[in-house]
Design a protein around this ligand. Sequence first.
Ligand SMILES: [Zn+2]
Length: 621
Amino acid sequence: SFVDAPFFHSLSKRKLDEFGLDSSVQKISGTYRIPAHAGGASILSLSGDAFALTPSTSAFVAPGVLYNTNTIEQFNSFNKSEWINSLGSDLLSAIKSGEVTANPSLLASFAVLSFADLKRYSFHYWFAFPAIHTKWDVVTPASFIERDPQLTAAIYQYLSSSDLENRAFFAYNSARQIISLSRLTELTKTDRNWWNTWTVAFCDPNLSSEPIPGYLARNLLAWCQVTLGEFQHLSLLCFRDLPDSKTSSSVLITLKPSGPFPQKLTVSGWERVNGSLTPKVAHLASLMDPRQVAEQSVDLNLKLMRWRLVPDLDLEAIGSNKCLLLGAGTLGSYISRGLMAWGVRHITFVDSSTVSMSNPVRQPLYTFQDSVDQAPKALKAAEALKTIFPGVISTGHKLSIPMIGHPPSSFNIESIQNDYEKLVDLISSHDCIFLLTDSRESRWLPTVIGAALGKTVFTTALGFDSYVALRHGGKVDTPGRLGCYFCNDVYAPIDSTTDRTLDQMCTVTRPGAAISASSHTVELFAALMQHPLKVDAPSDGSTSTLGNCPHQIRGYLHNFSTLTVHGPAYDACSACSPSVVSEWKASGWDFIMKALEDPGYVEDLCGLRKLRQDAEQYSDS
Ligand SMILES: [Zn+2]
């Protein structure tokens, strides 16, 4: 047997996409040819289209079955003699029922037992060519025939005009008339002496230098004995000539049955490797593009989750999201790794800063050298992801998110507007937006745009020993919409970064807080993508295939507790309220300019200021 590398590729793809852990028998088809030179063993080959079952080929087609086990233990302990006996018994039934007469290619049936180790990209396989044993006496010993150009031409004429099922098996007479096996079967009913004039023949892929019939002769003889009624002897031609052969390699033998068809079925046919009964192993990792191997292995890990634990897990619903990470610091680093591990292939970073000396120990996408180089974080993060896994599509954008309460100066107004427009484009072209920056006011604009564009938004924020991960976004008019990061505030965000002392400027947090916050954010994202309502999923405990989709997860490291919190959207929110969202939709950059210059403008717009005044009056009275 010979197996093309594309067959294994096709098998592994089907294993991942279709079979899963289903190890039921699959139909495949192989091809074989009359070899061009002597000494070639019988070669049945499996190519990449073996699963298509109708290979377009000028060769001969062999129908086969593939039993692909799930573990190497199953492969090794498989009951091989039982299987080959049942294959032989199936073939005998097909001979008796006339199925083989109509489709003689079944005589070349084969079977493959395999185990595909998709992680190491090695394939263990063992071919079986079930051959039914019948007992015959030799009348004229096998010998090479004289080359007969007219017979060869007649046979090739037949081969080119017959269908795939009949191509390899036929009969001919001394007038070099070629007929199919079913035609021969009919003929035997009227011509009792047919065996005097007709020779049964098959195209023999075995080109040994000895005049020995190839393995297909056994099944053809079994068919003859069952189907062709009484005959005194039978001439059998193992046809092995190419159209332009100078000498003949074909073998003719004349036999007669040495008794009735055996009561007890004897079947042989497990392929020997260098004379011994042993499976073959193909190590393909070195032949494959390692990137392709990596992609398949990553997919496999995720699919195992579905096959073994969560059958309804929709990996596509997670992996197909384009994710935009605003902030490529500690949270951005960990969250991007988590998303990538979930199969997300499209990750974009936005960050305005460069890698500093303190970053690499907390931010796993960067190294010491990056801080020496003062590499732009967003670009470096994208590069790092691609180094870790080349299958990811990642880009980085060095830009500053315009911040409410940070008025532009005449020096930077142009670049702020450019950054604003780029940010709008990026949010528009992504499905899920992660707000991971380290100041409140930098989260405001993306919250507004995310709400206006109905995106799925996640906000993750850290305290010293606490964190919050929440989800929001979706259409503003959705009933029961969940609150954003600003929904609980009675003030619009203001400039909180100017004049901060060192301890206020750094994110002073327990290092594990960011990791916990990131993992909760990623798992919240994964669970939400499994919910049929996605971003509009209520947080009332309704579950997806991965469990709950809470609105907010609040974690506290001082007592190692986690709470899930629910909070509806607030009508007077400075970021996601309908008045703010519709004003941005109507005036875009002009609205943003006013907000950057004066947070009070936004408070008036959304009604926060009035609300506060009402509350003050109420408490005064
Ligand atoms: Zn809000």
